[in-house]
Design a protein around this ligand. Structure first.
Ligand code: SF4
Length: 270
């Protein structure tokens, strides 16, 4: 892993994601190295994803300046997503604490912060989170440990993420599960068992999204991994990802039935 300390010019960027106003990415790159990650394609990153991380060492100072500038404007509150193209609690955060120091600046009532991570490290900041106007989301694509290792090699297991959710919940922090991107013919195996397990973690709501392919190189990367670990799924994924309206209609229907059965609130992104 190549780690570089870099200076950024802005840290809070406009975002249209999940109804948020801004996103903050304390790092460029991500050691979690998820196969399906669209970040390198959105960022037009040429370096191999998962093999580098740039640490935005001046992020806190830059945020202070951006907040100061906004104070002069009309906007009275912000909904911020932490993060959209990196994991704010990847391993490097243990030492750098950039995410933690940024969160300390995002005080209520001006800031509502949605954290999204796959890491158990978020619990380190529990005392801070309890004082904030925030919600913490854990991404889970499947409960199948083998599949999670294939598609999300650098992350804690789905079961550990669910334990984090439960712990946050009993600590009175608002939580959500990001069930996505849905992995065709993997996320929907034992679907009732998955949703039942989700319900046990008592998330405030669940957000569901499909896997959106960001260009031919994104698909090429995913296909290579499928060929190695799930060769029988290559053609099925291709069909679904490029013309899967019927598949997603059915998936959605099954999910809604289960969410109703287990009394879970939900939001679909597709
Ligand atoms: S955790 Fe998120 S940002 Fe990091 S590699 Fe996985 S999908 Fe990409």
């Amino acid at each position: 892993m190549e780690v570089k300390e870099k200076k950024c010019r802005t840290i809070m960027s406009k975002s249209g994601l999940y109804g948020t106003d801004y996103s903050i990415n304390p790092y460029t790159g991500c050691s979690h190295n998820c196969v399906y990650c669209y970040a390198p394609f959105v960022l037009r990153e040429k370096r191999e994803w998962g093999k580098f991380v740039d640490v935005k060492v001046n992020a806190v100072k830059v945020l202070e300046k951006q907040i100061e500038r906004h104070k002069k404007g009309d906007i009275t509150s912000f909904h911020i997503l932490m993060s959209s193209v990196t994991d704010p609690y990847q391993d490097l955060e243990k030492n750098y604490k950039i995410t933690k120091r940024l969160l300390e600046k995002l005080k209520p009532p001006k800031f509502l912060v949605s954290i999204l991570t796959k890491s158990t490290l978020v619990l380190r900041d529990l005392d801070l989170l309890k004082k904030m106007n925030c919600e913490v989301g854990l991404t889970i694509t499947t409960l199948d440990e083998k599949a999670a290792k294939v598609f999300e090699p650098g992350t804690p297991s789905p079961e550990k993420r669910l334990e984090v959710l439960s712990y946050l919940k009993i600590s009175k922090v608002k939580t959500y599960i990001f069930f996505g991107p849905l992995l065709p013919f993997i996320s929907d195996v034992n679907l009732e068992k998955t949703i039942h397990r989700f319900s046990m973690a008592k998330p405030d709501y669940i957000v569901i999204d499909r896997l959106n392919i960001k260009g031919p190189n994104h698909w090429k990367k995913i296909k290579k991994v499928l060929e190695e670990h799930y060769p029988d799924l290559v053609n099925k994924w291709k069909e679904v990802l490029f013309d899967g309206s019927e598949y997603y209609r059915e998936f959605r229907k099954r999910l809604i039935e289960l969410f109703q059965k287990y009394d879970l609130k939900y939001e679909f992104c597709f």
